[in-house]
Design a protein. Structure first.
Length: 99
């Protein structure tokens, strides 16, 4: 019986460690704007056709705005969870790709 508890304890510990560690999410795609004035938003379309909206709270938002139409590799810090930016990606950094 002790062995069962020990195994369950080890498994739950491994699960908690793996779920709490932040994982980098990298997305490669084309930066563009979407929407109509005055509600224009910045987005990235990945190679597989998925579109992700970019939060205005991103530290590199202004730089991404200046690189519209270019292919970039972005590093996503997190996904917004509250307010008007809910569901949008907060971009930590990006790299312009040559295409």
């Amino acid at each position: 019986m002790r062995i069962v508890y020990l195994v369950l304890f080890l498994i739950s510990g491994c699960y908690l460690l793996s779920s709490s560690s932040p994982q980098k999410q990298m997305i490669e795609g084309k930066i563009y704007t979407t929407g109509n004035e005055p509600f224009v938003e910045l987005a990235i379309e990945s190679k597989d056709g998925k579109v992700y909206l970019i939060s205005k709270n991103s530290p590199v938002y202004k730089s991404l705005w200046e690189n519209q139409g270019r292919y970039v590799l972005i590093e996503v810090e997190r996904k917004e969870t509250k307010g008007m930016e809910k569901g949008k990606f907060v971009v930590k950094s990006f790299k312009v790709l040559e295409k």
